[in-house]
Write a protein that binds this ligand. Sequence first.
Ligand code: HSE
Length: 432
Amino acid sequence: MRTINIGIIGFGTVGSGTAQVLHDQAELITKRTGAKIVLKSILVRTKRVLPDEFSDVPVMVDEDAFFGDPELDIIVELIGGIEPAKSYILRAINGKKHVVTANKALISACGVEIFAAAAENNVEVGFEGSVAGGIPIIKTFKEGLAANRIESILGILNGTANYILSEMTNKGLPFAEVLKTAQDLGYAEADPTYDVEGIDTAHKLAILMTMAYGMEVDVSAITTEGITKIEPIDITLGKEFGYRIKLLAVSRNHGEHIEARVQPTLLPDDHLLAAVNGPFNAVHIKGDMVGDVLLYGPGAGKMATGSAVAADIIDISRNILHGAENRVSCLSYLPEFIQPRRITPIAELECPFYFRFTTLDKPSVLAKISGILGRHNISIESVIQQGQLDDGTVPIVMRTHSSCEADVEKALEEIEALAIVTAPVVKIRIFV
Ligand code: HSE
């Protein structure tokens, strides 16, 4: 029986999870592939003792010895970040090794260069673990939906942000308090910026857009807003209107241009994604042939992400065994058909909005605000005015009909300049 030798770089959460999956499922994987997949070496920054089941696997700190091993078939990068991960991956590719990674920041920022190098060297790059942890979303685009023009992608792609919003919703607690508890419990990183500011979600959306539409994506063109400004009052009032707030990745294929945004969004209570709570992820895809498809599962975690990384190792091993490397193009489209496409500038997009104004409790406040909205073509659908707060201000909450982002921007600038408006306006998009 053919042996496929694997070298793993990094033995943190995902690295050790991947090793564990390969170890625990060895017999099953052999029955499914016809090969013996062997963890041959591990490259780490500092030498350490591994759990008993890996005691015979050499742990190296010498990069030259690790990359110079001619018997390695697949190198698995699991350290994350841009450098040295990028140099390691390019070194592996240039040494004609297949690569598997779970590094979304790297794939979304440097994918073009990495996939060009892979094509030149006729090796594969698997990255299933980079988006939505254990959910097989990359394979779904590459294979399951290969006959579909993708019309839209909606995703809850960050478990940390979804956990925080779920806790705020269920317990009525403020963002900072929930974040602190999540950090104490180890659910959120000490520096949670990427997760709570939507950056991690934007990286993942960029990868999915490439797979879905065959386009190069500049992540900075994706309008990205985090959840740090969401307050319990917005969650409560959102509920009164029949919505739940989610950090949603949205991309729609408008033909000539592609919509792409990551924003806190009010989702109708009866939308399937509104029921995705806690640290879970979900992706809703619309294909022109299949219609609606929903994938749900663990978006992170040692064994779940290990399962995704192992799936890539298995795919590549099967291809090696059958001399069928690159049978399925890594990015779903053949490299020569990956094109730049126009991402719709946010100012051109339209949707209904939720606004929360904090105002003085004086006559004609509502008239002044609605007058400005009207002059900018923004039509109000409903209004809730709450009682006075301790500081004497009143929250006025409005839901609008579909309105243009550019008009909203101008109207809110005028409204915020009014003396009767005492705090920045809270603006949340409503999903339609
Ligand atoms: N930090 C990510 C999340 C997990 O919270 O979903 C890995 O992508």
